[in-house]
Design a protein around this ligand. Structure first.
Ligand SMILES: *Cc1c(COP(=O)(O)O)cnc(C)c1O
Length: 432
């Protein structure tokens, strides 16, 4: 009884009453159907439903999957500085659209947008709600009623229903497909040109990889064709040389950087805020000032604009990049953690968990970036009788792990060290 009351009391009164009513209604229906209903079964039902509601609330979890940018688990974690910036800016009033020097109306793009432009060597940048919105807005603003040339190899689906041909149709731009699935050359783009061509669009195939007889024209060659080139790089790697890290990670090999695309002649790049950029959900449109201004003037820009909390977090992330401080960005901190440090944590935890072994694992960047390239990692493996039941039990404790050959495997690269005790306690509780 006290457990049930505790579960119900954790809910706001209205929700608790709703649970109580539905439990009583069900018990009555079962009685009327001639089933036996005990007080314990009704109380157990109430407790289960109250806990289910609690579990359905948005809450932190331990990501032991080894997928760094895990879309279902909220993509990139935010660092303490961006979080503090959000709290400070959002708790009160701010100069979101106000020029403190002149006392006049300002633009919400003067903070994070301007800093991100500087961080990737663009003339200007505009921040919107997410990268899907960024691509849609660029196409609507610069190519509505006109033609956009895209390689047949880049008519991709990114996931969550973002399909390049559909986004193109929604924007009002006309898709002109050129080349073939595996090979598209500069001459193919040139053949696709017409008096109506507004843009050439290059979409990074974030979530799959083609190998073998493949060819695609480099951005520099596309830029020589004529119309402005827009590159949807997706993940938001600002600079392929990663000056914010002591060493450039080898698994970043094929990931296009915003700075390099712009240097090669792209007029605009678009990317997400919460993939490899390591910030909040956002989309960034960076490049030529005249085009960014034209995009910002389009009526859709208002519908997809970023809110002050995302802008506060993004500004802080942009400042970390400008300071060359990759350590301030949890995503890069996790990605760059030496294997030996992960192994040391795994060994310390294994001693406290019955049946646990330290194992080599492979983490991935995730979030549709870098398919096929893994990051050497380390974690724990725990033998269990029923792997599915163990995964379910861990989830009730807010721990998301994976199963490999019937054992529970937790990758420590994506676990914040401050969560190690919670993870160890969860794994220890699996012991029979
Ligand atoms: C992830 C991705 C998108 C969608 O970005 P969101 O920020 O999730 O809206 C679009 N294009 C590419 C190439 C991507 O990788």
């Amino acid at each position: 009884m006290t457990k049930v009351l505790a579960a119900l009391h954790a809910l706001p009164h209205g929700l608790a009453v709703g649970v109580a009513r539905s439990v009583v209604d069900d018990a009555r229906a079962r009685l009327e159907a001639g089933e036996t209903v005990t007080e314990e079964s009704v109380l157990a039902d109430a407790s289960r439903r109250a806990l289910e509601i609690g579990r359905s609330l948005l809450q932190p979890v331990v990501n032991a999957t080894g997928v760094i940018v895990h879309t279902n688990l909220g993509r990139a974690p935010l660092g303490s500085a961006p979080l503090a910036a959000v709290a400070e800016v959002a708790a009160g009033y701010s100069n979101l659209e106000f020029r403190l020097d002149r006392g006049t109306r300002g633009s919400r793009q003067e903070h994070a947008g301007a800093l991100l432009a500087r961080a990737c060597g663009a003339e200007a940048a505009l921040v919107v709600n997410n990268n899907a919105a960024a691509v849609l807005l660029v196409l609507a603003a610069l190519a509505r009623g006109r033609e956009v040339i895209v390689s047949r190899g880049e008519l991709v689906e990114i996931g969550g229903g973002f399909r390049v041909p559909d986004v193109m149709a929604e924007s009002g731009a006309r898709l002109v497909e050129v080349g073939t699935t595996n090979r598209t050359r500069r001459a193919d783009y040139e053949r696709g040109l017409s008096a109506d061509t507004a843009l050439i669009l290059r979409v990074h195939a974030s979530n799959y990889r083609m190998i073998g007889f493949v060819e695609s024209a480099p951005v520099a060659e596309l830029a020589a064709v004529g119309p402005p080139v827009v590159v949807d790089i997706g993940s938001g790697l600002l600079d392929e040389t990663t000056p914010w890290l002591a060493e450039r990670p080898s698994w970043l090999r094929d990931e296009p950087g915003a700075r390099q695309c712009l240097d090669a002649g792209a007029a605009l790049v678009t990317f997400s805020g919460d993939k490899l950029l390591g910030g909040p959900q956002a989309g960034v449109i960076a490049g030529r000032a005249d085009l960014v201004a034209a995009v910002a003037r389009h009526p859709l820009a208002r519908a997809v604009r970023a809110d002050k909390m995302a802008l506060a977090a993004l500004q802080s992330v942009a400042l970390a990049y400008l300071a060359g401080d990759g350590d301030a960005i949890p995503l890069w901190r996790m990605a760059a953690t030496p294997l030996a440090a992960l192994r040391e944590r795994a060994e310390a935890m294994a001693g406290r968990i019955p049946g646990a072994k330290v194992v080599d694992t492979e983490a991935v960047a995730g979030g549709g970036s870098l398919p096929g390239l893994t990051i050497p990692s380390c974690g724990l493996s725990v033998e269990v009788a029923d792997a599915d039941a163990a995964l379910t039990r861990l989830r009730t404790l807010g721990i998301v792990a994976r199963v490999d050959a019937g054992a529970i495997v937790c990758d420590l690269r994506t676990v914040d060290p401050s969560d190690d005790p919670r993870l160890a306690a969860g794994l220890a509780s699996l012991a029979p």
